[in-house]
Ligand binder design. Sequence first.
Ligand code: M6R
Length: 615
Amino acid sequence: MCGIVGYLGERDSLPIILNGLKRLEYRGYDSSGVAVYNGSKIVSCKSKGKISKLEKQLQKRKNISGGIGIGHTRWATHGEPNDVNAHPQFSNSKKLCLVHNGIIENYSTIKQKLIKEGFSFDSETDTEVLVNLIEYVKHKKSVKLGEAVQIALNQVIGAYALAVIDNEKPDEIVVAKLGSPLCIGIGEDEHFIGSDVTPFIEYTKNVVYLEDGELAIIRNHKDTFFRKISDNSLISPTINKLELSLDKIEKQGFDHYMLKEIYEQPKAIKDTLRGRLNVSKGIIKMSGMDDYINKFLSAKKITIIACGTSWHSGLVAEYMFEKIARIPVEVEYASEFRYRDPVIESDDIVIAISQSGETADTLAAIKLAKSRGAFVYGICNVVGSSIARESDSGSYTHAGPEIGVASTKAFTTQMTILYMMAVKLSKSKGVISEKLYHKYILEISNIDKKVHTALSSNNVIKKIAKEFLKATNCLYLGRGYNFPIALEGALKLKEISYIHAEGYPAAEMKHGPIALIDENMPTIVIATNKINYDKIVSNIQEIKSRKGKIFAIVSKGDKEVKEVADHVIEVPHSIESITPFITVVPLQLLSYHIAVMLGKDVDQPRNLAKSVTVE
Ligand code: M6R
């Protein structure tokens, strides 16, 4: 939630900041702003709406350029999206200027205290309170900016990643982090700041990921100091080498990131398998797991924690781990788990799944699980992310940057990791025959090809999408492995087309949802299952006899469902446990085409952000 950018060096900071904000726009896009020291003072420009609106405003301004600046793209928490609440926020003296990602929970108490000290406030934001608290501390204690930030942060409760500049110190940016991500790109005599590394990948490959509770005083042509916020003690940071390249974060001819990412799935799955699956030797090598295999084998149960689409991949994993490896699994929303006083014991395994690796609820749930002695295995896409670092061990999905807010390739690559884990465990536990084990290995090696084939139904899906343009509600049904896919299909439709959709296990329909069925309510049925196929056909009949319209995902060559459904989308045959990888693809494409036809903003749907770093 919210993206922050900063630059300090010899170049003009404005174009670097603007470009960086566009890369971080996925994190929030209801308003944005920049502030630059122009040689005599800090000047800023802010605008409600997307970065393109800010750019238009900036075209009318002449005095905004200079070698030090900060920028922000906002996902509103305190105060509605408007120009006044947009960041950067100035202190009362206009000398300090700050951008912030996170929430200051005790902002109201601090605000009252500052009002009594004579401060006034223009915006409704917690950020304006924070910048004035820093100003208050700076003057009251006669300290420099870095120390003032450190003292002020010891008085706040909440989460933050922030960058602050000072009129009186125009060669310095102070940054700090607790609970929200922040990294520093280190170039030749220049520094970059970003909520992630994308704002500066074309300038430097050297990056420091700030840890929670750390602060950095970045200065031009001088040493940067890294300190602990709690006691101001010095720390030496680790400089990491970036492997990401610019072409990976561009659209490459696709109209939207989401479509590009849907099409990238076969490659993303292959990349996730690379070095891990060896078909000829019959080996699944996952170093993060191999080192701790005994912990996995002695665990009485596995608890999976995640949010949104990642939670859905966890639900699919429940079927995989239980059916293939015979290990009991519980799948929990991280947001519920963290407040539920869950029964977690010291030999429990907790698997945390997150594309971004920054989801606040998942991170908090991990901390809770660790405090109870659980071993946490993280499955993340973003390398070096907070969840990856907080986990005891884990696996990266290697899907490459996912920029569209609707998660697609992250989902299929998460399932790829989870499937390998289940098969690997079944072998280590000795609950699988050699023959079946090798069959699974072969099936895994063919997932990417089947996903590729599933993509070929794009044109059929585009035609079918037209049938949904007047719908206000949709039902998604699936069973077994494909029940979570029904949930995922419904989530994809809701988030980018704003059509209400619900996913249900097909058999649950008669316990309530069937009351909704009429000629205006399309039902999407995943009917590839071999188990319970007849029952799904009966469910379809029940819907048809209530005038409902059926859109069915079927295995190639299916006859029975074809006869009763209004439209069918064929996907390649596969064993039951592999079907989720294949059936989700048409559902992703369907929601994409519906949203495009409805004129929605596919990559940046309203009210959402890619990375949910607030509770
Ligand atoms: O980065 P994470 O995987 O932790 O994110 C979890 C959810 O916020 C995310 O999956 C969200 O539901 C997506 N927008 C769904 O497409």
